[in-house]
Design a protein around this ligand. Structure first.
Ligand code: F6R
Length: 613
């Protein structure tokens, strides 16, 4: 949450910062602000709302300067208004700072600074940090980088910060702990950002800062990195694989729709080179050295948040069904605070699109201390979770910019299926015929999704009918139950319709009281072992005049007869149904949100990368 950018070089900083902030807007859009250094003058412009508000505001103002920093905010401390917007300035206005994270002991520091005469203009934790740096710098007469380092030794919490100073106009200081920060190395110019998306169009050479490292970017002397104990660190330069086209809408109205339509490609990429049905093998390179350990583990614990947690629930079903290893799926935020039992022979798998989710990262750190093996299923290459885990597999979904997760989810589930099949084969818990059939079906998925996407017009018509609903229920059984949860989450987060997901059989233990003619009930009723039971659940809803929108297998007749609407998905192995069944729900939610004039790609109060707990 919160996106930060910085630039120092020969070019005008302002357009680079604005473009960078637009790319990072998915991380928060409560306010945006920039600071520019221009011939001894330090200008700070900030505005509540989106980056475009800032651009409109700055239109009549000077935007000169070749050094600058910028911020797009997801509010934690203090209302989302102009005053609380970043950058924040020191008392003497010589220093400005942008911050992503939370300074947990800000209150104590604030009170002690206030006693020494500091006056604060905002309600933020960030302003306290810039005052602390100012005080250290002025009292000790140290360099700006040393003042930053000394100040950071006093703070607890998470931070990615970028600081510039009027007194040192040829330097940018950046530092991080638990929030991400990457530095792009151009020709005599440097870019700093929360992720690589603002950097990729200028350079592919980047350095990911590690926790408690401080980067001193000097126009004349280049990049130097020290850690919080002032030990010199050699920068490790990596090459970005990201392509600029992946960050554009490519003709779609919204990123979310583009990302839904990218799923055939994304799923294909997630198994490319890892699975070959005609040759009958499956292999996850990143897990090669850990296959035995996973296969012999006593228990697998999956930690994740939100949509990734739903993928984990599907994974539990897969691994228990195919590999017969007990699995527990935990909300990372609960796991980390409840003194869980973690044993050395446990394998802990973190699932995360961003690879930066604070709770998931903290849960992993805790499991690491207990000696568990840590694996990651992550989308963003080079992200914190991918670096802290012992091994893992990237989902290869490509950048997901719409805040609502779509292709990230289906590729996570694809990887979990591959992992379960691979371990099941190794443990001898699936037959050769089942193994071969699953490989065939996995390879056929992209084509089946292409086919399914052809129902988009029909799905839009169904969406039109239910766009004004106030509530909705989503039902599923077995591995489709997590898809019911995911369907409900998609609808509520982008269209603001209250929705709940339930195992279909749980309805009669409470939620059935909600059913009346106003209530749309979305049910996964595909053919398979639970089919008859789900049909009975549908009858129970119909008997109470609820409206049924059913996801059915192509060629179904029974459910079609009783449902108000039926959306067909191609036939596949029961194991892979969750991947197909989720897509109509993504489209329904998308269309309803568009019809309700909601901001599909940037829903209110949300941010894509949740780097605060
Ligand atoms: C919902 C959504 C969120 C994320 C959650 C975890 O559509 O995207 O629920 O799934 O914030 O994020 P990652 O996967 O980045 O750890």
């Amino acid at each position: 949450m919160c996106g930060i950018v910085g630039y120092i070089g020969d070019k005008k900083a302002y357009p680079i910062l604005i473009k960078g902030l637009s790319r990072l807007e998915y991380r928060g859009y409560d306010s945006a602000g920039i600071a520019l250094l221009d011939e001894g003058d330090l200008k700070v412009y900030k505005k509540q709302g989106k980056v475009q508000h800032l651009v409109d505001y700055a239109e009549s103002l000077s935007t000169e300067g070749t050094v600058g920093i910028g911020h797009t905010r997801w509010a934690t401390h203090g209302l989302p208004n102009d005053t609380n917007a970043h950058p924040h300035s020191s008392g003497d206005s010589n220093l400005v700072l942008v911050h992503n994270g939370i300074i947990e002991n800000y209150d104590v520091i604030k009170k002690s600074l206030a006693k020494r005469g500091h006056e604060f203009k905002t309600e933020t934790d960030t302003e306290v940090l810039v005052h602390l740096i100012e005080e250290i710098k002025n009292n000790s007469g140290v360099s700006i980088e040393e003042a930053v380092r000394m100040a950071l030794r006093e703070v607890h919490g998470a931070y990615a910060i970028v600081v510039i100073s009027k007194d040192d106009p040829d330097k940018i200081i950046a530092a991080k702990k638990s929030s991400p920060l990457v530095i792009g190395l151009g020709e005599d110019e440097y870019y700093i950002a929360s992720d690589a998306t603002p950097i990729v169009e200028y350079t592919k050479n980047v350095v990911y800062l590690e926790d408690e490292q401080i980067a001193i970017v000097d126009r004349h002397n280049g990049l130097r990195i020290v850690n919080i104990s002032n030990k010199e660190i050699s920068p490790y330069v990596q090459e970005l694989e990201l392509q600029i086209e992946e960050l554009e809408k490519g003709g779609y109205d919204h990123f979310m729709l583009k990302e839904i339509y990218e799923q055939p490609r994304a799923i294909h990429d997630s198994f490319r080179g890892r699975l070959n049905a005609s040759e009958g093998w499956i292999s996850l390179g990143g897990l090669k050295d850990y296959e035995d350990q996973i296969a012999n583990s006593d228990r697998i614990v999956i930690v994740a948040c939100g949509t990734s947690w739903h993928a984990g629930l599907v994974g539990e079903y897969y691994i228990e069904e195919l590999a017969r290893i007990p699995v527990e799926v935990e909300y990372a935020s609960e796991f980390r605070y409840r003194n869980p039992i973690i044993r050395q022979n446990d394998v802990v798998i973190a699932i995360s699109q961003s690879g930066e989710t604070a709770d998931t990262l903290a849960a992993l750190k805790m499991a690491k201390e207990e000696g568990a093996t840590l694996l990651g299923i992550v989308n963003v290459v080079g992200s914190s979770i991918s670096r802290i885990t012992d091994a893992g597999s990237y989902t290869h979904a490509g950048p997901e910019i719409g805040v609502a997760s779509t292709k990230a989810f289906t590729t996570q589930v694809t990887l979990l299926a591959m992992m379960a099949i691979m371990i099941g084969k190794k443990r001898g818990t699936i037959s050769d015929t089942k193994f071969q059939n699953l490989l065939n079906e996995m390879e056929a998925l992209p084509q089946k999704i292409e086919k399914l996407l052809e129902s988009n017009d029909y799905i839009r018509e169904v969406a039109e009918i239910y766009k004004d609903a106030s509530n909705a229920l989503f039902l599923g059984r077995g591995s489709s139950f997590p898809i019911a949860l995911e369907g409900a989450l998609k609808l509520k987060e982008i269209s603001y319709i209250h929705a709940e997901g339930y195992p279909a059989a749980e309805m009669k233990h409470g939620p059935i009281a909600l059913i009346d003619e106003e209530m749309p009930v979305f049910v996964i009723a595909t053919s398979g072992p639970n089919y008859e039971k789900v049909v009975s659940n549908i009858q129970e809803v119909k008997a109470r005049k609820g409206k049924i929108i059913a996801i059915v297998t192509k060629g179904d007749t029974s459910v079609k007869e009783i449902a108000d609407h039926a959306i067909e998905i191609p036939e596949t192995d029961d194991i892979l149904v969750p991947i197909l069944a989720t897509i109509p729900f993504q489209l329904i939610s998308y269309h309803i949100a568009v019809m309700r004039n909601c901001n599909v790609d940037q829903p209110r109060n949300l941010a894509k990368s949740v780097t605060v707990e």
